[in-house]
Design a protein around this ligand. Sequence first.
Ligand SMILES: NC(=O)c1ncn([C@@H]2O[C@H](COP(=O)(O)O)[C@@H](O)[C@H]2O)c1NC=O
Length: 510
Amino acid sequence: MKKRALLSVSDKSGLVEFATGLEKLGYELVSTGGTLKALKEAGLSAISITEVTKFDEILDGRVKTLHPFVHAGLLAKRDDASHQKQLEEREINPIDVVVVNLYPFKQTIEKEDVTEEDAIENIDIGGPTMLRSAAKNFQDVTVVVDPADYGPVIEALTEGNPTSDFRKKLAAKVFRHTANYDAIIANYFVSITGEKDPENYSITFEKVQTLRYGENPHQEAAFYKEPIVKGASLANAKQLHGKELSYNNIQDANAALEIVLEFSEPAAVAVKHMNPCGVGIGESISKAYAKAYDADPVSIFGGIVALNREVDEATANQLKDIFLEIVIAPSFSAKALAVLTQRKNIRLLETPIDHATNKDKKVVSVLGGLLVQDRDYGAVTEEDIAVATDRKPDEQELAELLFAWKVVKHVKSNAIVVAKTDQTLGVGAGQMNRVGAAKIAFEQAGEKARGAVLASDAFFPMADTVEAAAEAGIKAIIQPGGSIRDQESIDACNKHGIAMVFTGMRHFKH
Ligand SMILES: NC(=O)c1ncn([C@@H]2O[C@H](COP(=O)(O)O)[C@@H](O)[C@H]2O)c1NC=O
């Protein structure tokens, strides 16, 4: 009996070459509608699946390979006499090679104008069923889901019967593929039903690259992306220049991106170890960067800079003056590129700077589990804030407070940001007590803290931060409010003539 290969693919790239290879090796080719047509047009002598099943494709192709003759042919153990006897009794031929790739569900739901009906029609049923049957029986069946494997499979078949180890790896790939496919479908249904916190959280990611190492050289690491990424993302970024990104580069550049996304006006953000060390806004991107740089000219060295406007020649000339690991921006002018690419060690990345549909969840791994929450897209405007003190902030102070508030949201808690007009002056990050974070920010700001404003990511548990702020010369404070001892902080502000506003929204970032 001739060996049999079943081919049923949506992505027909490489199909004819592969099928030609199979035919040369003596395989009988069996195929479904469109795949069969492509094979015949190429002059191959394939037979229709309906000849195997003695059953027509029905329901507009919803049922074509879902037949016991197909699945028995795939699942029968070749070394099991009873299985073989059952096949013979029913005149079922074993299938030795299965080549299937699935309806393009992901590509379908990626389309802007996709309808639910279109999405649902693109859920492949027969394909995953065949893949799973063949993969379960990998001891006897060679299953190919990825056109990239066509070459190695033909090679292995030419050399004889592929090793069980080879077929096991192909089967493992199939189960990863169908799990990924189903997770995308499951998440699509979560999105169309609007279910919150489903009982199973199916996530699936696709590899972008293996990284040289993780946070430290003894840790192995890789970068994975969501199946569909739109808007600002390192997974969407195009690298124009420089060495491969490292694990820490990706984390830091992501932190910088998240901050720069807060601003609609030209803004520049410098990040070190995932905290902003300088944030500036201005009429132009060049002025914004000058402010971010000036905020802390020491810490920015070796840092990562994100900008929300095209990098022009003037900005490129400023950027090139110090060592930066990465500059990430929506685009670089040709002249800017000519300037920056002279520096061998800088990485230049382009990504759209918009949230687009990127309203994904934030997932954090803990030992033995995951925490899943909405991303912190919380924002406050002038209308949301309540003045708590006798003195109201004036218009200028209010603008400064809201600027500082946008930054403090992205600083590791406990977080304090001191800022003035259009730049940060001091950032206190990740301290175990709030006044400690404030002291770091004041020290960094130095004399510039006099007349500046302060933002705190969470309420003051006592008046000590206000007292320290008064001593540093802070004139206005923005914080969530809500402590049972708020009055002590309010009294301290009133005593020192500080204006304080409450946002009613906290921005912890652990
Ligand atoms: N319904 C079935 O029995 C069935 N069997 C195979 N398919 C899929 O049909 C596609 C190939 O179709 P065609 O050969 O007609 O172009 C493949 O993506 C394959 O996974 C099916 N389609 C959907 O479930």
